[in-house]
Design a protein around this ligand. Sequence first.
Ligand SMILES: NC(=O)c1ccc[n+]([C@@H]2O[C@H](COP(=O)([O-])OP(=O)(O)OC[C@H]3O[C@@H](n4cnc5c(N)ncnc54)[C@H](O)[C@@H]3O)[C@@H](O)[C@H]2O)c1
Ligand SMILES: [Zn+2]
Ligand SMILES: [Zn+2]
Length: 359
Amino acid sequence: MLCSEPDTIPDMMKALVKRNENQGFDYASVPVPEPRDDEVLIKVDAVAICGSDINLYRWNDLARVIATIPFTPGHECAGTVVKCGPDANLPVGTKVAVENHFYCGNCFQCKHDAKEICTNMGQFGHGRQTPYGGCSQFTIVPAKYLYVMKHNLSPQQTAVLEPLGVAHNAIEKLNVSGEDVLVIGCGAVGLFAQSVAKAMGANNVIATDIDDHRLNLAEKMGADVIINCKDENLKQAISKRTDGTGMGRICECSGASVMVNSCFSLLRKGGRLTLVGLPREPLHVENVLQDIVFKALTLKTVHGRRIFHTWEEAEKLVADGKVNMDHIISHVYGMSDFENAYSMLISGKGCKIIIDPWK
Ligand SMILES: NC(=O)c1ccc[n+]([C@@H]2O[C@H](COP(=O)([O-])OP(=O)(O)OC[C@H]3O[C@@H](n4cnc5c(N)ncnc54)[C@H](O)[C@@H]3O)[C@@H](O)[C@H]2O)c1
Ligand SMILES: [Zn+2]
Ligand SMILES: [Zn+2]
């Protein structure tokens, strides 16, 4: 069904495009695409950039693994429906967020309620089965990958639901109610994990990082205890806090290999661990028997969000005021100023950086 078309869709638009292996993106004028089949044309209201986008910007070895040129970047995207292809029927004006894991619907996982880990997954903003991304005034997304907003969140909050969802998925797998939780890494995902843990009834949330600025944010996001693991021996600090028993719940959100390797040794027997961060080196655990097997621990890992269960829960947490995004959204840049946005992201001085494609 064709939804009614507004009279304001221009022929040309501005978009960031990765066309070659050079550093950076082109700030280009490109045609506004036409939605076909079940595709939806959305006007992008805000797009957030995240650490993984630095790889795409620089085009390093990891970028070659996670993305395919050419593409428009921006996988954390909020928008408004402006036009539907013949097989899509979302009303014009609907506020949406993009689930960037483009699942196939036919593989084993897709048929067993685990679409987020689809075998044949495409990825929006990474040139995987779609050239489109959110760093664009308009973009194209098949209707089944659009999350229709139920509450009145701002475009910036809507864009940042994606990393909040990663944190929610990770914490939900830990059963944190009544437990003390250690969150390693206080980037956007770790900070959200701390708030979500509190919202899900965790007892004390302990946050650790090597950056004091990030640890200050952790206090604002609800962490009860902060530990700078550059200045303090984390294992000793945890041992002291737990009378030598170890942590019952750990959520690893730094992706630093040294932390991923050592977090097993911080767990108590029977403890639960979720790995979220992406280490660049092979896993190396020194005492496999003592730190893993004899602990009878539960290891969970996450990739993305449960579709769309996580989105509903994460949106509700923001709408109910249980997760405050204000401390995490640190900067807003116009898309024409994207180079400064990336410099700020790379400097590590910001946290979540939003790009407005209309400026
Ligand atoms: N599994 C998934 O689905 C998924 C989704 C999104 C992001 N990620 C990954 O999760 C991680 C967190 O994402 P983010 O956007 O918050 O990243 P980020 O880079 O903003 O945050 C990482 C944090 O870890 C801290 N850190 C670095 N080295 C450390 C160390 N040795 N000890 C303690 N803290 C250390 C940094 O100071 C920073 O605050 C990244 O590795 C990212 O690639 C995974
Ligand atoms: Zn991201
Ligand atoms: Zn699939």
